[in-house]
Design a binder for this molecule. Structure first.
Ligand code: SF4
Ligand code: SF4
Length: 146
């Protein structure tokens, strides 16, 4: 879930290759704002587990198909709800807050010798960065981080 995120000092550049990997085998947390945007659609979400809720702060997550792909991923690797996709999908592969920058290193669209503007990822990361900030705070407080 968040295991492939690393903490960085500055964000790398990013240019999506449309590989669709971030739409497979992942927990896509859904927050109130996401559910509101998709309120005319049915059967695409389910409750998070206790552990997922702890890490993401979300009560619900996107349903995955049996092959691990997201409910909304089409056969051409395109998102069927792209214009109103969840905030987690909008900010991927970054989670940005005032306190930390996290990057999902499994995204092949990262460009490590260019810089991205962290500001553009702050708003869509709001809920999940708050939840992860709590977890990081606990880990650091216990001397378990790094
Ligand atoms: S994993 Fe990265 S490069 Fe691939 S579709 Fe997702 S954001 Fe784009
Ligand atoms: S909602 Fe769209 S962008 Fe997000 S994981 Fe599903 S297919 Fe991918």
């Amino acid at each position: 879930m968040i295991s492939d995120y690393i903490r960085v000092e500055r964000l790398p550049g990013f240019s999506c290759t449309m590989c669709g990997e971030c739409c497979r085998d992942r927990v896509i947390p859904l927050y109130e704002e996401d559910l509101k945007r998709l309120s005319d659609l049915k059967d695409f979400y389910e409750p998070t587990t206790e552990l997922e809720r702890y890490f993401t702060g979300a009560l619900y997550k996107m349903k995955l198909r049996e092959d691990g792909s997201c409910f909304f991923l089409d056969p051409a690797n395109k998102c069927r709800i792209y214009d109103r996709r969840p905030n987690t999908c909008r900010r991927y592969p970054f989670i940005v807050s005032d306190e930390f920058l996290l990057v999902s290193i499994s995204c092949p669209g990262l460009v490590w010798d260019e810089e991205s503007d962290p500001e553009q990822y702050k708003a869509p990361s709001k809920e999940i960065s708050r939840a992860i900030g709590k977890v990081l705070g606990i880990l650091e407080g216990n001397g378990l981080h790094d």
